[in-house]
Design a protein around this ligand. Structure first.
Ligand SMILES: NC(=O)C1=CN([C@@H]2O[C@H](COP(=O)(O)OP(=O)(O)OC[C@H]3O[C@@H](n4cnc5c(N)ncnc54)[C@H](O)[C@@H]3O)[C@@H](O)[C@H]2O)C=CC1
Ligand SMILES: O=C(O)C(=O)Cc1ccc(O)cc1
Length: 386
């Protein structure tokens, strides 16, 4: 137990500090903030002195460089881009022979393979690998750097723990404990299995979002002004960092290429059908079926995405409320929903172009929807009937 350990939801923090975080960008600083607020000593290191100083200033921990008599870390978390992760992990294993080392890179098999290659070359000794267990919090955002860090980033999100044939159960337990202490939900998976999964749920979606958004670069401004929520939903992650994502994509090259080849086949089939429709008219045989098949398979896929907290997707009722674009308006709306004793299960905001109003879409349990609509209307809100 850490001497200064605090409490989370009444539960004691079990992570044994000090924790050294190498790479103090979005992930590293978020982790530092989450641990530091519970009194776990966090030591911050980054190749960029400005990056670690910013994380320190935000309260994510203490700088390694300024603390001469810094105690040896019990746990090292490497949170640098995937292409430099294995080198940073190997260096941490050598520098801290008593520490468990994990990383949070978005790809797992390539990191493990590079560490094994280091052991083959004699750059790591056999017992070093026993102290390494890779991991991957399935939590993040499309912005990089400590400025975007959030201590609640990991709350209720899956955190993959990827033990391997040489890792010790003590090391696995230390990484699992870290994940739980910062609010994550540990999921045990082999590195290869993880990479196949994230190719589908994270890496291909990034590529598709980027490709869709890249079409907008030469689209007339007037056309862009027509954009609604659909385009924003599909392209949100297209704002992600190219340095990070190029390393992720090439780090999971085989699994991503295989899924993209499937997407390409489906696109080829649809393009051929649409070209026939364009040349011969919309009712040309086969065109409707080809278009419908794409959308229907999408319906089947989206219905399989788990809902909140990883549970089965629920069908919520959506109550849409017109909100003036002014300070405090959303706060008032949320407070009044609370007074009506209704829980907001999910929330989205759509801004009406060129108007000083927005549409707040509140997802609530279906049996609460009518009372909420009536209650909000009685309190003077404009509830938009779908
Ligand atoms: N951004 C996201 O949403 C998620 C990212 N990850 C993984 O977390 C890791 C970090 O990603 P972010 O925090 O988003 O990146 P970031 O760009 O915000 O931070 C990375 C930090 O690593 C530092 N760095 C780079 N090379 C270094 C080296 N050799 N030694 C020490 N520091 C070095 C950089 O100066 C930077 O401060 C990546 O491996 C990424 O795959 C995992 C889950 C989500
Ligand atoms: O923005 C999102 O929806 C994410 O899912 C973020 C994310 C990005 C990279 C990862 O390796 C894991 C999660």
């Amino acid at each position: 137990m850490n001497p200064g350990a605090g409490l989370r939801d009444g539960a004691a923090i079990a992570t044994a500090g000090p924790v050294r975080v190498i790479g103090t960008g979005l992930l590293g600083a978020s982790l530092g903030l989450a641990l530091a607020r519970h009194g776990v000593p966090v030591q911050l290191a980054d190749a960029s002195p400005a990056a670690s100083a910013l994380a320190r200033d935000l309260g994510a921990g203490d700088l390694v460089a300024t603390a001469d008599a810094m105690p040896e870390p019990a746990l090292v978390v490497v949170a640098v881009p995937p292409d430099v992760t294995s080198d940073a992990v190997a260096e941490a294993l050598r520098a801290h022979p008593g520490a468990v080392v994990t990383d949070v890179a978005s790809v797992k098999a390539v990191v493990l393979a590079e560490l094994r290659a280091q052991r083959e070359r004699g750059d790591l000794i056999g017992s070093d690998l026993a102290r390494y267990v890779g991991s991957h919090p399935m939590a993040g955002r499309e912005r990089s750097g400590a400025a975007a860090a959030d201590p609640d980033l990991f709350a209720s999100r899956p955190w993959v723990i990827a033990p391997h044939e040489d890792s010790s159960s003590a090391a696995e337990l230390a990484v699992r404990t870290l994940a739980v202490d910062v609010g994550g939900i540990p999921v045990r998976m082999a590195a290869g299995e993880h990479d196949e999964a994230v190719a589908v749920v994270s890496h291909v979606p990034q590529v598709v979002a980027s490709l869709t958004a890249s079409l907008l670069t030469d689209t007339p401004t007037e056309a862009l002004g027509l954009a609604g929520q659909g385009l924003r939903d599909v392209t949100r992650i297209a704002a992600s960092d190219p340095r990070l994502w190029s390393a992720i994509l090439v780090g999971n090259a085989g699994a991503v290429a295989a899924r993209l080849a499937r997407v390409r086949e489906e696109i080829d089939t649809l393009v051929a059908a649409l070209e026939r429709a364009a040349a011969e008219g919309p009712l040309t045989p086969g065109a409707m079926a080809a278009a419908s098949a794409v959308v229907r398979r999408g319906n089947d896929g989206v219905a399989r995405i788990p809902g909140k907290h990883g549970g089965v997707r629920r069908t919520y009722a959506e109550v849409t409320v017109l909100v003036p674009d002014e300070p405090g308006a959303l706060g008032r709306l949320f407070a009044q929903v609370g007074e009506l004793d209704v829980n907001i299960e999910d929330f989205e905001m759509e801004h009406a172009p060129r108007q000083r109003v927005g549409l707040a879409m509140l997802s609530v349990m279906p049996d609460a929807a009518t009372a909420l609509e009536e209650g909000l209307t009685a309190r003077g809100w404009r509830v938009v009937v779908a």
